[in-house]
Design a protein around this ligand. Structure first.
Ligand SMILES: [Zn+2]
Length: 95
C-alpha cells in the first residue's frame, strides 16, 4: 500500500496518464511520453519492457492509458492496479 501512496504523489506532480479524446483516434491527444516513472516501482519507464494499460472510465468521454514496466504490472495485485486506476478516476473524471 505504501507503494501506491507514493505513486499517487508522483501522479500529482507529473501525470502518468495520457488520453484520447476520441477512442477511435490512433494518436493520443495527450501523451506523457517516456519521461515519467513506472507507477509501481517509481523507476523510469525508459528502461525495460513496457506495457500500456488502457482505461475507459465510466461516464467519461475520454479514453485513458498509462504505461508501466511489464514485469511490475504483471506482479501487481488486482488491489494495487484497482487503486491506481481509481486514482485516475478521482483525479480526472470528477473535474
Ligand atoms: Zn516498474
Amino acid at each position: 500500500m505504501k507503494v501506491i501512496k507514493e505513486a499517487q504523489e508522483v501522479q500529482m506532480q507529473d501525470t502518468i496518464f495520457g488520453y484520447f479524446d476520441n477512442p477511435a483516434d490512433r494518436v493520443p491527444d495527450f501523451d506523457p511520453g517516456l519521461s515519467m516513472a513506472c507507477p509501481f516501482c517509481l523507476q523510469s519507464i525508459a528502461k525495460g519492457a513496457l506495457k500500456t494499460i488502457s482505461l475507459m472510465p465510466i461516464g467519461g468521454s475520454r479514453s485513458y492509458f498509462y504505461r508501466a514496466h511489464k514485469g511490475c504490472y504483471e506482479q501487481a495485485t488486482p488491489a494495487d492496479t484497482n487503486k491506481l486506476e481509481s486514482s485516475l478516476i478521482d483525479a480526472v473524471v470528477v473535474k
